[in-house]
Design a protein around this ligand. Structure first.
Ligand code: UDX
Length: 433
């Protein structure tokens, strides 16, 4: 099939490359000239394991093309995917859907035959219905169907999550063609018995935000338990392991530590609450505020721990921060807990040096005042305390003996409970988590 994907960020670039891998002819539309130039050369403007190879393969084969032209896009496809961003509105929690609306406004007047638009972006419930009305006003004697096909991919695992998803969800208006077309697009995934939930658009929109709200809640739940464990000297990891054996609960997303960040979970739970408020159901999601508070408290708590380790003040302390990305296998620093902690520590008068295997360039743009090193070893040079804030395999595999030779003091705070504490203690380190 001929598919068009609007927005070639983390979600859209992955989706476009994966649709080409499934055998479709794909046209990606990106309006940012820098991104477009890179993509045309087969380069991915962010870090996602395996994506440069997949994207390069299909740019070379011609099965994936990129453009900034809506005219070309309007003529191209059997179906049009929307994968643009939905960041928070300035100074508000609610989602800004203007980029999604802009795709409709620019595309629909150019369409000359009936079209199916499949939204993938995470949007407030009710958006697809609003877009349908918007498209109807703009359409020139054609029928534009708007359906929602939310995406559940995780950064760092984006290709696997797209080519072998846990489930496919489609929200559509009954009586239209969206289900038939979507079944055809994903026929090879459906042949693998991937569960396919077909529902109305509001339900599909809610599936996505509910899943993210649940994941955030699970993380904050274990972090709240971690606080209680700290108070009594209990082991939160053992609690999580034992709870996780209960198949009703499951072990995933019960890793206590610095909490969640990134471009999705924090903004999505806030936008979800804001939307519930608009719908007159704010009380129903009041608990998400608590989830958010617990999560943000993890950041201040680790700053306080660093202060205690440094003798009660961070003023003049040398602090090494290992990790800046919001999670390993990503260069994404949007709402990164690691970078937030590094910034807070610096604001309290410490000299902070950050190292991350992939996220230095993005971190430097966001926090130009922090110092950056090009290796873990050089970040730790003369450090009074080392903070491990993203659980990259590189940090898990660090040799504490070698690292201890360059630091001022052998003190480590394991913000992700990812280090082998025994190994570090045997190498003479004071260890906190
Ligand atoms: C998330 C959802 O998982 C995905 O389904 C959705 O499509 C987009 O949002 P992503 O933002 O890529 O994906 O990251 P995820 O793997 O969910 O991790 C989010 C944050 O939670 C990270 O900061 C991670 O470090 C943290 N986390 C995760 C924990 O603190 N503990 C855990 O046990 C798991």
């Amino acid at each position: 099939m001929r598919l068009t994907v609007f927005g070639l960020g983390y979600l859209g670039a992955t989706h476009a490359a994966c649709m080409a891998e499934l055998g479709h002819e794909v046209l990606g539309v990106e309006v940012d000239p820098d991104k477009l130039t890179k993509l045309r050369q087969g380069q991915v403007p962010f870090y996602e394991p395996g994506l440069p190879e997949l994207l390069g393969k299909h740019i070379d084969s011609g099965r994936l093309q990129v453009t900034d032209s809506y005219e070309t896009a309007a003529d191209w496809g059997d179906a049009f995917f929307i994968a643009v961003g939905t960041p928070p509105k300035k100074g508000e929690d609610s989602a800004d859907v203007s980029q999604v609306e802009a795709v409709i406004d620019n595309l629909v007047p150019l369409l000359t035959r009936d079209a199916i638009i499949l939204g993938k972006s995470t949007v407030p419930v009710g958006t697809a219905q609003d877009l349908f009305c918007r498209a109807k006003d703009l359409a020139n004697n054609i029928l534009v169907e708007i359906a929602w096909n939310p995406e559940f991919l995780r950064e760092g695992h984006a290709i696997k999550d797209t080519l072998h998803p846990d489930r496919l969800v489609l929200g559509r208006v009954s009586g239209g063609n969206a289900e038939m077309v979507t079944r055809e697009i994903y026929s090879s995934l459906l042949a693998e018995q991937t569960p396919f939930i077909v529902t109305d658009t509001a339900t599909a929109e809610l599936v996505k935000v509910s899943a993210n709200a649940f994941l955030a809640t699970k993380i904050s739940f274990i972090n709240a338990i971690a606080e209680v464990c700290s108070a009594v000297g209990a082991d939160v990891r053992a609690v999580a392991d034992a709870m996780g054996y209960d198949t009703r609960i499951g072990r995933q997303f019960l890793n206590a530590g610095l909490g969640f960040g990134g471009g999705c979970l924090p903004k999505d739970i806030r936008a979800f609450r804001a939307r519930a408020g608009e719908l007159g159901a704010s009380g129903a999601l009041a608990f998400l505020r608590e989830v958010d508070i617990i999560n943000m408290h993890r950041r201040t708590r680790i700053v306080d721990l660093a202060k205690t380790v440094c003798g009660g003040s961070l003023l003049g302390a040398h602090v090494a921060v290992l990790g800046a990305a919001f999670k390993p296998e990503s260069d994404d620093v949007r709402d990164s807990p690691a970078l937030n902690v590094a910034g807070q520590i610096q604001l309290q008068g410490a000299s902070v040096t950050v190292y991350d295997p992939q996220a230095i360039d993005n971190s430097r743009r966001l926090f130009p005042t922090l110092s950056y090193a090009d290796s873990a070893m050089s970040a730790c040079h003369r450090a009074d305390v080392v903070l491990v804030l993203t659980e990259w395999a590189e940090f898990v595999g660090l040799d504490p003996h070698a690292l201890g030779k360059v630091t001022s003091r052998r003190a480590v705070i394991d913000g992700r409970m990812c280090l082998e504490s025994v190994k570090w203690k045997e190498a003479g380190w004071e260890y906190w988590s």
